[in-house]
Design a protein around this ligand. Structure first.
Ligand code: 5GP
Ligand code: ZN
Length: 114
């Protein structure tokens, strides 16, 4: 989508601190990190929210989730642990309407989330 911030990051039009990319996915550091490691994993395809995933997107969704785990492992967070979060719409706290999986690590997380 032409006016989407994360589409622009995926295409390189807007710079980001990219930690991983392939033909389907891009992962980059959050501009306002909520933990020592805070990475967003996104599909290159513009999908607005978790509500908008179709059956055809199941493989992509699996790649997205698995990639977050692999990045956590690569950055040395696997044993201590980490958190992954999809925020959806207003009550979920979503502010950017291009699907993204937050990977938060490097400190103990609290539960329940706010
Ligand atoms: P949401 O609130 O939609 O779940 O998460 C959106 C995230 O995108 C927020 O954590 C926010 O800090 C991050 N973000 C917003 N604008 C930018 C940007 O221009 N660059 C990067 N790297 N992250 C951004
Ligand atoms: Zn987009």
């Amino acid at each position: 989508m032409s006016d989407c911030l994360f589409c622009k990051i995926a295409s390189g039009e807007i710079p980001a601190d990219i930690v991983y990319q392939d033909a389907q996915l891009v992962a980059f550091r959050d501009i306002n990190p909520q933990a020592p490691t805070h990475i967003l994993v996104i599909p290159r395809q513009h999908i607005e929210t978790l509500n908008d995933l179709s059956a055809d997107d199941e493989h992509l969704a699996g790649q997205l989730v698995r990639r977050a785990g692999l990045i956590a492992q690569t950055l040395g967070h696997a044993d201590a642990g980490y958190r992954t979060v999809f925020n959806c719409n207003v009550h979920g706290g979503q502010t950017v309407f291009h699907l993204h999986l937050h990977l938060l690590a490097g400190r103990p997380m609290t539960w329940p989330p706010g």
